[in-house]
Design a protein around this ligand. Structure first.
Ligand code: NAD
Length: 480
């Protein structure tokens, strides 16, 4: 029988009484590897109560002392990074090197959160009027919670909880029920780091648990990462309960390739962007907008690079692309491939032909050409290894195509022209923008998040904005 996972509440591992659960599978083999209870509102409430109680003392711990726990967590995560990466690969399917990269990005969040004593500082000005001084301080607010997606099971919760607790808040994390094992491992390290009971809590669950988080009166703020329809639901529901919300949603990422782009570099980067993590990245290239003469070189370069991709179990050496997350995801991607053919796009490389023995959820890298803006494959998030090429006549036309899209997470341009690059960065809607970069991923000390239908809220994830999201700014005006 697969291990039934526990919650971590008030510094203890506790069994769940939830009547329903989700089987966690290894996407490379289809084997069930754990049983994730779908935690109830009562269980979530127990975690929130524990966090609320811990807040009373944790907020009084000096920031300099709070971060000592994070330093210990960072040291433990460094020591166990490869073990954690192996768990990410086991439950998510991405290759070991992709998994290790994501773990390292996660550890960097802890490092930046350790800057809290400086980054949490307020402002002061003497004599705002004669003999009157004014200062603003940042104060923690109470209990925060995060709701995470399946695709970066170790990294995404780290975008939030290190910053929240460094600021003096306490926290409840709900990982994806599809990939809960990485956070279980991180919470074992949290336990070892010795955080006071109740500061960091882990509750496994699905939709009901998410709704309980949105509704709970003692949760001050919610950080969500996942698909746009759910991001919108969570944003509206939690905000209607007067919470702070940052909800990072889905993506349809465009890459503009100008005729003057350095084609070898461009096609290598675009190929890695589209097919890394089997396309299950919110920063994955989805549509190439090939400007004018760029088209032929882009198409041929991509085909060449795609031939070198080795599909298989991500835990095996030499494999460069793993499976998608589950049978339903595979089914959805296959439907999009059929839809692209029916819509009249040219299927240049057919990922359906890729065969990997066993019961894993594999699809090969797929390339469509002659894609037009009216096709669903050109505008909907596929979230799998499918890349489209659309021809456009000019940079203006390319930018107009991106502006017509509801999602605006990450877009890039490949060019050797400073003028084109400037026009792109000035006009593009996506708020993560790359110049000659295929995956425009802001690091821990910058903020992460898209625009339009890809993001609901105002403060984005990590970087300095995390210190805005996780604190209230209190202004004190004094005359003596
Ligand atoms: P998802 O929206 O299905 O699930 C995300 C979380 O919401 C999970 O914890 C899940 O339990 C919960 N959930 C699912 N359906 C729900 C519902 N109806 N009501 C309440 N809660 C619900 O997303 P996913 O499939 O796990 O992740 C993939 C998506 O996440 C993609 O769309 C991807 O683009 C997006 N993503 C975005 C970013 C970003 O930074 N913008 C980063 C990673 C992933």
């Amino acid at each position: 029988m697969a291990t039934r996972l526990q919650h971590y509440i008030g510094g203890e591992w506790v069994d769940s009484n939830a009547p329903t659960s989700h089987p966690v599978t290894n996407p490379a083999t289809g084997q069930v590897i754990a049983d994730c209870p779908l935690g109830t509102a009562t269980e979530l409430d127990a975690a929130v109560r524990s966090a609320r109680k811990a807040f009373e003392t944790w907020r009084r711990v000096p920031a300099q002392d709070r971060i000592q726990y994070l330093f210990r967590l960072k040291t433990l995560m460094d020591a166990h990074a490869e073990e954690l990466a192996a768990i990410v690969t086991l439950e998510n399917g991405k290759t070991l090197s992709e998994a290790l990269g994501s773990v390292k990005r996660g550890i960097q969040m802890v490092e930046v959160a350790c800057g809290a004593p400086s980054l949490m500082m307020g402002q002061a000005l003497e004599d705002i009027a004669r003999g009157i001084d004014c200062e603003s301080v940042r104060q923690p607010m109470g209990v925060f919670a995060c709701i995470a997606p399946f695709n970066f099971p170790a990294m995404v919760p780290l975008w939030f909880f290190p910053f929240a607790v460094a600021c003096g808040n306490t926290f409840v994390c709900k990982p994806s029920e599809q990939t809960p094992l990485s956070q279980r491992f991180i919470w074992k390290l949290i336990d070892e780091a010795g955080f006071p009971p109740g500061v960091l809590n882990l509750v496994n669950g699905g939709k009901d648990c998410v709704e309980a988080i949105c509704d709970h009166p003692d949760i001050e703020g919610v950080s969500f990462v996942g698909s746009s329809p759910v991001a919108e639901l969570v944003y509206a529901r939690a905000a209607s309960k007067m919470k702070r919300v940052q909800a990072l949603g889905g993506a349809k990422n465009f890459i503009i390739v100008m005729p003057d782009a350095e084609m070898k570099h461009t096609t290598e980067n675009v190929c890695e962007s589209a097919f890394g993590c089997a396309g299950e990245r919110c920063l994955a290239a989805s549509v190439i907008l090939a400007v004018g003469d760029a088209h032929e070189a882009v198409r041929e370069g991509l085909k060449r690079n795609m031939e070198a991709i080795v599909i298989g179990d991500g835990s095996k050496p030499g494999v460069t692309m793993g499976p998608v997350i589950n049978a339903a995801a595979k089914e959805r991607v296959l439907k999009y491939i059929e839809m692209g053919i029916a819509e009249g796009a040219e299927l240049v490389v057919d990922g359906r032909e890729a065969k990997v023995p066993g019961e894993g959820f594999f699809i090969g890298p797929t390339l469509f050409d002659q894609v037009t803006p009216d096709m669903r494959i050109a505008s909907e998030e596929i979230f799998g290894p499918v890349l489209c090429i659309q021809r456009v006549a000019s940079l203006d036309e390319a930018l107009a195509v991106t502006k017509a899209q509801p999602l605006a997470n990450a877009n890039s341009i490949f060019t050797q022209s400073g003028k084109a690059a400037r026009q792109f960065r000035y006009e593009v809607d996506a708020s993560m923008a790359g110049v000659n970069i295929g995956v425009a991923a802001p690091m821990s000390f910058f903020s992460f998040g898209g625009a339009k239908g890809s993001f609901f809220g105002d403060s984005k994830a990590h970087g300095r904005e995390a210190f805005d999201f996780f604190t209230d700014r209190k202004v004190l005006i004094s005359r003596w």
